[in-house]
Ligand binder design. Structure first.
Ligand code: GUN
Ligand code: ZN
Length: 424
């Protein structure tokens, strides 16, 4: 058993932020050796119930749930900040050449290790990531995640058309490889497999159909793709799939909408699309730094809220510009203000933080597993230093409320705030 004393930020299962100035978090291992939260709350109360726990005291620090990145591309680590006219030229000029290098297992292993170092340094303990079309890229990623005992999801990209040599796969083999990778990795410790058609334009109908069949046979795997990110992309999909009502409807037609289906972007949607997301239990991965960098557009938070479409936050590195959840939350705040229709704070800081932790977990189908520090959940914990810079120390000392404290961290924070990360 371990116990940690510091300020404590946690969330109710419904998403209410709970804060104890002087808190205590007690953890104990489960049968698999994963530390889980046994108790969390005010120090006075929790310590009285667990007098035998040896306490580590971190005065002035904040314990909080590890952050969750709902959509990222580990193979794009080296192309952050590659400028382009928009999504499609960016894919052609930077992304596909960078991903072609992942045919080499040694390159994949080196990038996977750097990527996970970087996630952990930024306090991200769970991510849903694209790999590349090469099965070796998946083995490299999961091998490294397993070594670190991280809760991670990923999968082989499916792209059998409109893709250059070096990243294009072959329809039948791609589905055979996907099923073999599901059997090798899905449910191994804390790992989960994601069936990953890149996006509708780069998969044949046969490949999308095969992906949907795999998703039905392996119903607790994830499905991971992109939708309605960029206007040129939307036009292209309309030309390729004239029978579909909308871009999203293409995925629905191939059995790719269900719980644990995660679609990045969801920008150029109408309410019928949002309703389809809600009815099927699919979730949107909102990637504001990517959407601003590539000029894709603005996610409609009010629309998501009105319809009840599940969503959470994502970096989308390398379209996204930062691994830092603080940067992602701040960009989401800007975008929320841009589209604001009602008075008041459209995205209060505690909501942004929820969207990067427990809310993201819920959207991913991981409610009760990670993201809240509720008793029974896995103990992925970040230890934050609200005095990491002189300005942060000054600002956070003056905070009059939890919202003010969280806002200071979101606006001024980055990896310097993340002092330690406790994994399971
Ligand atoms: N759509 C298809 N592939 C990609 C990708 O790699 N990044 C982004 N942002 N959108 C995509
Ligand atoms: Zn993406």
């Amino acid at each position: 058993m371990h116990a940690y004393r510091a300020s404590l930020l946690r969330f109710s299962p419904e998403g209410e932020a709970l804060f104890d100035d002087d808190g205590l978090l007690v953890t104990a291992p489960d049968q698999a050796g994963v530390q889980r939260v046994l108790a969390a709350g005010p120090h006075r109360e929790v310590a009285a119930r667990h007098p035998q726990a040896a306490v580590t005291h971190w005065p002035g620090r904040i314990l909080a749930p590890g952050f969750i990145d709902m959509h990222v591309h580990y193979p794009q680590t080296d192309i952050i900040g590659a400028p382009a006219d928009g999504l499609l030229p960016w894919l052609e000029h930077y992304t596909f050449p960078a991903e072609a290098r992942f045919a080499d297992p040694a390159h994949a292993a080196e990038v996977a290790s750097f990527f996970l170092d970087e996630l952990q340094r930024h306090g991200v303990t769970t991510a849903l990531t694209f790999c590349t079309s090469h099965p070796a890229s998946v083995d490299a990623f999961f091998t490294e995640a397993q070594r670190r005992r991280l809760r991670m999801m990923g999968g082989k990209v499916l792209q059998d058309r409109h893709s250059p040599d070096g990243v294009r796969d072959e329809t039948e083999q791609s589905l055979i490889d996907t099923e073999a990778l599901i059997r090798r990795w899905h449910g191994q410790g804390r790992l989960g497999y994601a069936i990953t058609p890149r996006f509708a334009p780069t998969s044949s109908e046969a490949q999308l159909r095969g992906a949907g069949e795999l998703a039905a046979r392996h119903s607790d795997t994830w499905i991971h793709s992109h939708v309605a990110e960029n206007k040129d992309e939307v036009r292209w999909v309309r030309a390729l799939f004239p029978q579909a009502r909308s871009y999203l409807d293409v995925y629905q037609g191939f059995g790719l909408m269900r719980e644990r289906a995660v679609y990045a972007h969801c920008i150029h949607f109408d309410d019928t699309d949002r309703q389809l997301m809600r009815e099927t239990g699919a979730a949107a991965a909102v990637s504001p730094t990517s959407n601003l960098f590539l000029g894709s557009g603005f996610f409609d938070y009010a629309g998501a809220e009105r319809i009840g479409m599940r969503h959470g936050l994502a970096s989308d590195v390398g379209g996204g510009t930062s691994f830092s959840p603080f940067h992602t939350m701040l960009a989401a705040y800007y975008v929320g203000r841009e589209g604001q229709t009602k008075p008041g704070l459209s995205l209060p800081p505690s909501r942004l933080w929820w969207n990067a932790t427990g809310g993201a977990a819920r959207a991913l189908g991981l409610a009760g597993v990670v993201g809240t520090l509720q008793p029974g959940t896995e103990a992925d914990v970040v230890v934050l230093n609200p005095q990491a810079t002189p300005l942060l120390a000054r600002k956070t000392a003056r905070a009059q409320s939890l919202e003010e404290l969280l806002f200071s961290l979101i606006v001024l924070g980055d990896d310097r705030v993340v002092e330690r990360v406790l994994v399971a």
